[in-house]
Design a protein around this ligand. Structure first.
Ligand code: G
Ligand code: G
Ligand code: MN
Ligand code: NA
Length: 256
């Protein structure tokens, strides 16, 4: 129970939690088109704890709604600050967990946050992990995502290709983007199976008028393959690592 209580404390004070931001870029010229907000817990004794470790803990102990709401509020506060500073204005994408989707507080938290910080919904994108669509409650998700998208939030399916879900949902869900999981990018360009899958996803997405962003792009060879295959958006260490807001701001100030 130690760690849960420490997470409760971190949430209550807000001081040990932070968002890091990773750029999403045009493949061709490297232009910044978006930022993914990634949650970090700087634990006073254990150092950085990955969300892959503490999000399941938060879900098990009923903390996910408040953690998710903290992320939304923090991302919107950051967007408001960047607006005031005249920094590049691109959408910030937050990860939305299955529980946040199914507990149903998401719409209210988003609307309240946007109003509080004076941010238009188009600047806050929602990344929904594909595994959400496997859940038996997934039938309720389409109309709710429809409402959020009509309000103006861009919507992406995260970890696309890893969730073993049916492709039928691509027809039913109101989506803007597929985030091609980095598992398919890792062994490019040599792995013929991955190359075939990536090519097929890009062709399918073109037909469905969905954008595709390749995740986990780390090498020039991967980028060259993706460019030849017609993928226009990328995210990965080759372009940028997730960074605290202050470091991003320092970079932006250097480059203008
Ligand atoms: O940033 P990193 O690679 O450590 O992230 C590990 C996992 O945690 C990824 O699957 C990522 O989507 C998830 N994650 C990061 N930040 C958040 C968040 O704010 N909310 C949710 N639900 N998941 C997050
Ligand atoms: O599940 P999701 O796609 O949200 O996970 C995002 C995670 O992927 C982030 O925690 C980030 O640290 C990690 N990530 C981003 N770019 C790269 C990359 O180029 N290589 C690797 N190995 N991980 C990456
Ligand atoms: Mn993500
Ligand atoms: Na992903």
């Amino acid at each position: 129970l130690g760690l849960v209580n420490e997470l409760r404390h971190a949430l209550a004070t807000g001081t040990q939690l932070e968002l890091h931001y990773q750029g999403q870029h045009h493949l061709a010229d490297g232009a910044l088109v978006g930022l993914e907000a990634l949650l970090r817990w700087r634990h006073p004794r254990d150092g950085m704890i990955s969300p892959a470790d503490f999000i399941p803990l938060a879900e098990r102990h009923g903390l996910m709604a408040s953690l998710g709401n903290w992320v939304i509020d923090q991302a919107l506060a950051q967007l408001a600050r960047w607006r005031r500073l005249g920094m590049p204005e691109v959408p910030v994408w937050v990860n939305v967990s299955a529980l946040q989707m199914f507990q149903g507080e998401l719409e209210t938290a988003l609307a309240a946050g946007l109003a509080r910080h004076g941010i238009p919904p188009g600047l806050l994108g929602l990344e929904i992990t594909e595994s959400v669509l496997l859940d038996e409650r997934a039938g309720d998700i389409a109309p709710r995502l429809g409402v959020l998208r009509e309000r103006g939030h861009p919507i992406a399916i995260d970890d696309f290709g890893t969730g073993y879900s049916s492709l039928g949902y691509l027809k039913k869900l109101p989506l803007d983007k597929l985030k091609l999981d980095r598992a398919f990018i890792k062994a490019l360009p040599d792995d013929r199976a991955d190359a075939a899958i990536v090519g097929a996803v890009l062709a399918m997405a073109r037909g469905l008028e969905l954008q595709v962003i390749a995740e986990g792009v780390e090498t020039i060879a991967q980028r060259d393959f993706l460019q030849a295959a017609g993928c226009s958006l990328v995210q990965g260490f080759l372009y940028a690592r997730p960074l605290p807001a202050e470091l991003l701001e320092a970079q932006w100030q250097e480059h203008d």
